[in-house]
Design a protein. Sequence first.
Length: 115
Amino acid sequence: MNTQIKYIAILVMSIVYFSTLQSCSLFSGAENKTAKPIADTHEQDGFVNATIINYSVDGCTFMIQLKGGKKLEPVNLKDEFKKDNLKVWVKYQHYKGNSICMAGEMVTIISMVCE
């Protein structure tokens, strides 16, 4: 009986550990020795380097700020990316629609990964 409990505990701890590894917040501040090749690969795949910002002004919420300062208002930002100052690579397309925020260009996220 004790052996079964140990195996279950190990299994649960392993699942929690590997789930945590999938989170962007774990790696967002970590140094990455292969950052240059990853950046080159992302740029070649059509991704743009950006930062998630919490822009809570006049009906706005989380937005994407590009390197040059341009702001994007995503219509489909997933909850796991709603973290202020999170560095990401994003691929997006223009979205035609009306916004209450009007602080940036409305976009649909095609793909997003942590930096």
